[in-house]
Ligand binder design. Structure first.
Ligand code: DGY
Length: 321
């Protein structure tokens, strides 16, 4: 009936949208990436949107749908694609998907640590290039995690889970830094340090912060210069925390040893991008949360968040800033 809420869904392959169909009228964008104009058109007369980090919901979009939009459900833990402060001013509620993906992202972080330090892609490529001539003593060596000092920049749920997993690799020391005051009680003996010390001390530096005005472009030329030449830089946060040209330069000039990136600027990257030509850089296409379980549960939670939000009930996970 016409009393059913109307929801715009920004792509046709989101998990969990069957849940919406039971209780709402949904309009699904035919395809995978609506433009800003297509988002605005799709949102006309809709009370809610099911979106992802691909969909920028900025002031223009919010202005265009200000008479109808009540709820945003994003299938992500990151909310940097949403003008969320403006949403709060306008009483628009935001559902997101923390916790659900913590294990998957922490696992992927471990994979990137090992892929970079033990040079897995480079080594595989050696075989493909017919350069595997014999077992050789110092060929394809890299630093191990064992006895390393690992720095975690952004020590939230995912950072803390990575720290737990690192314990099993018998690292020497886990240090972390964050912008919020206060230390985080943790069961792995991770020590809070300031950002300068984190940069200076880390053999591996893992970025797991959210992208916001404090963290945007934090990792620039000067920061890479503070790091050890033997350091490995891992980013599983957002491409925007890095001045990417500075990173490329640091990798080329061996200011740091290597990098492992699940996130880049832009996304997607084209195959001829300079980042992909660097032998000491492992790039994967933003797959941190991509386990079947995590993605299916993120989708279900997104639908439930939207429906609960439309009913004026507490969401499973509501972003409150
Ligand atoms: C997120 O959820 O924000 C990740 O970047 C994708 O799962």
């Amino acid at each position: 009936s016409s009393s059913r809420p109307k929801i715009f869904v920004t792509r046709d392959d989101f998990p969990g949208i069957e849940l919406l169909k039971e209780k709402a009228e949904i309009e699904v964008f035919k395809g995978t990436q609506p433009s800003k104009d297509e988002i605005i058109a799709g949102l006309k007369g809709k009370q809610a949107i099911y979106c992802s980090l691909n969909d920028r919901i900025d002031k223009d979009v919010l202005d265009a749908c200000k008479d109808s939009l009540k709820v945003i459900g994003t299938m992500s833990v990151g909310v940097d694609h949403l003008a969320w402060r403006l949403c709060f001013e306008r009483g628009i509620r935001i559902g997101y998907t923390p916790i659900i993906l913590t294990e998957a992202v922490a696992e992927l972080t471990m994979a990137l640590l090992l892929a970079t330090s033990r040079r897995l892609f480079e080594a595989h490529n050696e075989i493909l290039q017919n350069r595997w001539s014999s077992w050789s003593p110092m060929w394809m060596c890299g630093p191990g995690l064992h006895e390393a000092t690992v720095g975690i920049f952004g020590f939230g749920r995912i950072g803390q889970e990575v720290a737990r997993k690192l314990k099993a690799f018998r690292v020497k020391k886990i240090i972390y830094s964050r912008f919020s005051p206060g230390e985080i009680e943790n069961d792995v003996g991770a020590i809070k340090v300031d950002a300068d010390e984190l940069l200076k001390e880390s053999d591996f530096l893992i970025v797991l912060c959210s992208l916001n005005e404090n963290t945007q472009h934090f990792f620039n030329k000067d920061r890479f210069a503070q790091m050890k030449p033997s350091a490995i830089f891992i980013n599983v946060s957002r491409g925007g925390v890095v001045v990417q040209d500075d990173l490329i330069d640091a990798l080329k000039r061996n200011v740091i040893k290597a990098a492992g990136l699940d996130v880049t600027t832009p996304e997607p990257l084209k195959a001829d991008h300079p980042l992909l030509a660097l032998p000491n850089c492992v790039v994967i296409p933003h797959i941190g949360s991509a386990t079947y379980k995590s993605r299916n549960e993120m989708g279900e939670a997104t639908s439930q968040n939207i429906l609960l939000g439309l009913e004026g009930k507490p969401m499973i996970h509501e972003w409150k800033g």
